[in-house]
Design a protein around this ligand. Structure first.
Ligand SMILES: C[S@@+](CC[C@H](N)C(=O)[O-])C[C@H]1O[C@@H](n2cnc3c(N)ncnc32)[C@H](O)[C@@H]1O
Length: 338
């Protein structure tokens, strides 16, 4: 039996205040109600309140991990196969299901819904990213059949369709890093802008003008909506432009900074990025690289492209942005162009 303060419903607020002031709540148990009374579980007497002994109802243990839910349903081998890393974009989860667990994917999807009350849809990755727009083929395995969601990052709201545009939560820290480097007054060419996460995170804190260039018309449409969604919070101005970065850079003014977040293929656009960059401007170049030679290939490409353009490139920073596969990482090289 557990001690409970028994109080009439109309006096419940006053009783609750007294119990809180006395630090007497027994948080292992739930509050109970019947037609006329409320019962607060307490661990000691509270002055002025009537106590009764009553069977306690334990607080249900909050399930916090997918594995915790699945341990009841999968074998040890299956558990070991489960890729427990999955991405959550807004209220949508995207998970890779290993071949051995294909038959159990509905169960896994349901478990994700159970473990995370903020998730409403679970999609399975059917393959890696595809095509020029870098999208992932997805199949619904649990929850609502809805691809559109809103993701919150660094105080910016990003609306997007997870099946029709590129978006990665794993670049969040990199977006913050770039925003911290930007100075007020800069003009920026934000190439390969997607639904606008780099431009929006930058414009949230810096008074600058960003030409945000993206080929995928659906992503540009979301970027336009995202600018409106965040308009009141933005210090900077974003100009969304749909088209091929190579062509668009010929039509915009020279910039102080150029972003090139296209790790598969940005090298083909180095000449365009260098041409649109003012002397002493900075270019952020992204690439996938083997872990045993992270920067060699990118450095060579950057120096060659600068030489061809009759300019000089000086690498000022290089770092790993995130792991990409067992032996590869996404890297960024920041370089000054004079
Ligand atoms: C790796 S994603 C990065 C998107 C965005 N910056 C982000 O972090 O979410 C690359 C983007 O470049 C776009 N893209 C591919 N080729 C392009 C081109 N020639 N010109 C402009 N955008 C292009 C793709 O549609 C895709 O949205």
């Amino acid at each position: 039996m557990v001690k409970h303060v028994k109080t009439k419903k109309k006096d419940a607020e006053k009783a609750k205040k007294k119990i809180l002031e006395a630090s007497a709540f027994d948080t292992r148990y739930q509050l109970q109600k019947d037609k006329n009374f409320i019962y607060f579980p307490v661990k000691k007497d509270v002055d002025g309140l009537k106590l009764v002994d009553k069977r306690g109802v334990k607080q249900s243990k909050k399930v916090t991990s997918l594995k915790e839910v699945l341990i009841k349903h999968l074998t040890k081998t299956e558990m070991a196969e489960l890729v427990s890393s999955f991405d959550i974009i807004g209220d949508i989860a995207i998970i890779e299901i290993p071949p051995l667990l294909e038959q159990k994917k509905t169960l896994i999807g349901q478990a994700l819904l159970e473990a995370h009350s903020n998730i409403h849809s679970v999609f399975q990755k059917k393959s890696g990213r595809e095509g020029v727009y870098r999208t992932i083929p997805l199949e619904l395995i649990a929850g609502e059949n809805r691809f559109e969601t809103i993701y919150l990052e660094h105080g910016v709201r990003l609306k997007l369709d997870v099946s029709k545009v590129y978006f990665s939560v794993r670049l969040s820290e990199e977006r913050k890093r770039i925003a911290s480097l930007v100075e007020n007054g800069e003009h920026i060419a934000g190439l390969f802008a997607g639904v606008g996460p780099f431009p929006l995170v930058i414009a949230k804190t810096k008074q600058c003008k960003i030409y945000a260039v993206e080929l995928n018309p659906i992503a540009v449409n979301y970027m336009k909506q995202n600018i409106i969604l965040n308009q009141k919070k933005l210090k900077g101005q974003i100009v969304p432009i749909q088209g091929d970065a190579r062509e668009i850079v010929k039509t915009i003014p020279k910039c102080d900074r150029v972003l090139m977040p296209l790790p598969k293929g940005a090298a083909d656009f180095l000449d365009s990025a260098i041409n649109v960059c003012k002397p002493n401007g900075i270019i952020h170049f992204y690439q996938f690289a083997k872990d045993d030679s992270l920067y060699e290939d990118a450095t060579k490409k950057i120096l060659n492209a600068a030489k061809k353009a009759g300019r000089k490139a000086t690498i000022i920073n290089k770092k790993v942005v995130r792991p990409y596969s067992p032996r590869m990482s996404q890297v960024v090289l920041d370089f000054k162009i004079t």
